[in-house]
Design a protein. Structure first.
Lengths: 138, 144
């Protein structure tokens, strides 16, 4: 079933408390220099149309319930992509009073793209790996 | 007369220490009783612009620094107020002078527990709804 999603991935971007750096790199991927839109990868305005949920930022106490709500609204099956060190491991906010758990304790994450922020090349490489994995059906 | 001399003259007797870290960054402190009046003079008479305030905890007390910019010359004047009473820190709110201070005072209140007397709307700004009352995330807890 997930295999059917690999043709033109519609992405819903959630910033769960990021510093905007990862978000700029994501924009870089989509704009003409790297132009992922050629492959049908597009940002969309509503999570109800999404094939993939792209999450940046450390999960703080206020964004976690909202994140869960957004994930519940996404049509299943749905791929969850974590971009940036904050989304992966909370990075420098690990001991913060406001950040309790990393993202993969909250939602099932399919792809991790590390970096602070990850380069567009790294994000593209991640997508290629994810698409390959989904197509092979494992 | 330039702005530096005008501030010194107008606030004579109130300024506790005056330090110039560079030609454009000047710090001075006043007693907390004089804060409201000082801010009023800086804003209304000398026409400095309020940028923001920062609150911090020092070993011997709490400190608020109000940053004012004088845009005609590009100088930043930072006004320090020191609060020794850590158990019950209290200072006059400057929101009645300019509403731009409302949110930063709310944030300092919830993060450091400094009570702003005269603030029109002192309630939570950023913390989660279920954050326990009376706990302040930027205060050290291990101290008595």
């Amino acid at each position: 079933m997930l295999k059917a999603l690999t043709k033109s991935i519609w992405v819903f971007h959630v910033s769960a408390g990021s510093c905007n750096n990862c978000d700029i790199e994501i924009l870089d991927c989509l704009t003409p220099r790297f132009d992922l839109e050629r492959f049908g990868i597009q940002l969309i305005g509503s999570v109800r149309h999404a094939d993939a949920l792209l999450i940046t930022g450390a999960m703080n106490k206020k964004s976690v319930p909202r994140m869960k709500k957004i994930y519940a609204q996404a049509p299943k099956p749905c791929v969850v992509v974590a971009v940036g060190q904050c989304a992966l491991s909370r990075h420098m906010f690990r001991y913060s009073y406001n950040v309790e758990e990393p993202l993969d304790k909250i939602l099932p994450v399919d792809l991790y793209v590390p970096g602070c922020p990850p380069k567009p090349e790294a994000i593209i490489d991640g997508i290629v790996k994810l698409v390959k994995k989904l197509r092979s059906g494992k | 007369m330039n702005i530096r001399e005008r501030i010194k003259e107008r606030l004579e007797g109130k300024i506790l220490d005056w330090r110039e870290f560079s030609t454009r960054r000047i710090y001075f402190s006043v007693e907390k009783e004089h804060l409201f009046e000082t801010v009023k003079i800086l804003f209304k008479e000398l026409e400095l612009r309020f940028v923001t305030a920062s609150g911090l905890e020092a070993p011997s007390g709490l400190e608020i620094i109000y940053h004012f910019s004088f845009d005609r010359s590009g100088e930043i004047y930072s006004l320090r107020v020191f609060l020794e009473d850590k158990k019950n820190p209290r200072v006059d709110s400057i929101t009645p002078i300019f509403p731009g201070a409302e949110w930063i005072e709310r944030e300092i209140w919830e993060m450091l527990g400094i009570d702003f007397t005269g603030h029109p709307n002192l309630k939570r700004l950023l913390l989660a709804e279920d954050w326990p009352e009376g706990k302040f995330p930027l205060r050290r807890e291990d101290e008595p």
